[in-house]
Design a protein around this ligand. Structure first.
Ligand code: PLP
Ligand SMILES: N[C@@H](CCOP(=O)(O)O)C(=O)O
Length: 531
């Protein structure tokens, strides 16, 4: 907590600144009362359900009774079943492997110690064609129907098909803005089709909400099943802990967070504190905290909430599906994702890959994983031609949430990148802070991690790898408001060995009309020359 007060004091801007129901409407109640709207022309639906029209019927607007809430409404409508299921399997296991675990087991690693993956019954999902899934997902956007009003749970059949909607803990996360970066693209890159997926404009200010709703919902289910889960814990660089504590608080589940002392922003630190988590500030870096939480969760009935737990990635992959949906199911050429513990780059790959496999789209975008040069183990691995991976000691970076030297999902990331002809780039501190300031100067307010991703874009654009008309999506992973101290440092020009080329410090002016007029005239003249 000492760090908190020090950081708070260090701000340089000391002064200024109702009653029928649609039982057949898929947007209301798709898995309950589930039936295929249109079977794939070549496929045979599993049930005797009628294969009806080629698209979902138009939504019928009816209100639920005034004395019924949306969870109760979903409970009442939950009358029938479907055949979708998912289980844990060893990640990238060979076809002969029979090892698998129910999602109701508490298991994070395969028998050999490797990563796990959530494997869906793709044959059951394939009984419905791409058009069916596109229409179903589209029909749920922007509604308040429990739980489909969430961008994550609008894809429930592909996420956690078997969970009862009653067990879901959701803040209607997802459905985040896909921002057309018109001015940034034109002014700095000569691009006309550049987009920023604002995953950070979310309940707790980062993309972690997408995965945490899934994990905490499953924990909620396990606790109702009387499984031994006393609390949920994570190691964090700030965003995972914020999301975990919020979702746990919402469900009344204890959360425990391990934070590297003095290495996360105040805005991030205050989130678990405010949400009532048990916060341990540990004198080590994130990798040290991660090691510690793995040991602790092996000993105590604390459920592990980091992305080592593959449940998280099931939620995070919906951001990829959402991007396709927002482009009316057209595939962008590039998607650039900042990487730290490396779960998210795989989650994006998995989302895109499922859409291709299930016929919603016909190809994958190329993925770029962007790392801070001060914390770049994946980049070094990529540059070595994917030779032996070596964990590193990560150095301090303004992109503090990705200051990670020993990423748990290294194998997942390499798999994803190899399978989509992906690229890894890096950004120096100066590059990432300049890119952040440039983006902010065009009306965004991004976090330094998004600055890392934008730097990768700038480099790939300058080298001609990304063309001027390539449709490109930069994934913004956290809200800029969580990282104001880095912006204050930059705009005050107070960063050692950094030019801060785009700094825009406030002008100190005396409180008299003449002085104000003088500085304003000077400013307006300087603007005139720009037109
Ligand atoms: C803001 C932000 N951006 C990017 C990342 C990197 O995501 P991942 O760890 O899944 O690579 C994280 C967390 O690690 C984060 O908090
Ligand atoms: N940036 C993360 C680091 C931990 O990543 P996770 O996805 O494995 O939980 C954070 O915010 O803690």
């Amino acid at each position: 907590m000492a760090a908190a007060s020090t950081l708070l004091r260090s701000s340089f801007f000391s002064s200024p600144l109702n009653t029928q129901y649609s039982q057949s409407n898929p947007s209301h109640c798709p898995t309950s009362n589930f039936r295929p709207i249109k079977a794939a022309a070549s496929s045979s639906p599993e049930s005797s359900s009628s294969s009806a029209a080629s698209a979902p019927p138009p939504p019928i607007k009816h209100r639920r009774p005034t004395n019924e809430n949306i969870r109760e409404e979903a409970r009442r409508q939950n009358t029938s079943s479907h055949n979708f299921s998912a289980k844990y399997v060893p990640f990238n296991a060979d076809a002969s492997s029979t090892e698998s675990y129910s999602l109701d087991e508490i298991v994070y690693r395969s028998r050999s110690g490797g990563l796990l993956d959530v494997q869906h019954d793709m044959d059951a999902l394939k009984k419905f064609d791409g058009e069916y899934w596109r229409s179903l997902f589209d029909s749920r956007v922007g509604k308040t129907t429990w739980p489909y009003g969430s961008g994550v749970w609008s894809k429930k059949e592909w996420v956690l098909p078997e969970i009862d909607s009653d067990d879901i803990v959701s803040a209607f996360e997802g459905n985040s803005n896909l921002f057309w970066a018109e001015r940034f693209g034109k002014q700095f890159l000569g691009m006309n089709d550049l987009w920023v997926k604002h995953c950070g404009i979310s309940h707790t200010g980062s993309f972690k909400d997408l995965g945490m709703t899934v994990l905490v919902s499953q924990v909620n289910r396990l606790r109702k099943m009387k499984r031994p889960v006393v609390g949920v814990g994570c190691a964090s660089t700030g965003d995972t802990s914020a999301a975990l504590s919020a979702y746990c608080a919402s469900a009344g589940i204890p959360s425990i967070v391990f934070l590297p002392a003095n290495r996360i922003s105040i805005a991030q630190l205050v989130q678990p504190i405010a949400n009532g988590a048990f916060v341990l500030s540990i004198d080590t870096d994130f990798d040290g905290c991660m090691q510690m939480i793995r040991e602790v969760t092996a000993e105590l009935p604390i459920y592990l909430a980091n992305s080592l737990n593959s449940l998280r990635l099931e939620g995070q992959k919906t951001a990829a599906i959402e991007i396709l949906q927002q482009f009316d199911w057209e595939v962008p050429d590039w998607v650039i994702v900042p990487g730290g513990n490396l779960g998210n780059i795989y989650a994006f790959y998995k989302g895109f890959h499922m859409c291709k496999e299930l016929g919603l789209v016909d190809r994958l975008p190329r993925l770029v994983c962007a790392q801070a040069a001060n914390a770049n183990p994946l980049y070094l691995h990529y540059k070595s031609g994917w030779k032996d991976f070596k964990a590193i000691k990560a150095n301090t970076t303004f992109a503090s949430a990705i200051q990670i030297g020993d990423p748990v999902s290294i194998d997942r990331a390499v798999y994803a990148l190899k399978n989509c002809n992906g690229i890894v780039e890096e950004a120096t501190e100066e590059e990432l802070m300049d890119a952040t300031a440039q983006a902010d100067s065009t009306g965004m307010f991004i976090c330094p991690h998004t600055g890392v991703a934008l730097t990768a874009l700038i480099k790939l654009r300058n080298s001609g790898v990304i063309g001027p008309t390539d449709r490109t999506v930069v994934v913004s992973t956290a809200h800029g408001l969580k990282f104001t101290q880095s912006k204050i440092d930059y705009h005050s020009g107070a960063i050692k060995d950094m030019n801060c080329r785009y700094a825009n410090p406030p002008v100190q002016v005396k409180a008299d009309f003449g002085s104000v007029m003088d500085v304003l005239k000077k400013y307006l003249l300087s603007q005139e020359s720009k037109f």
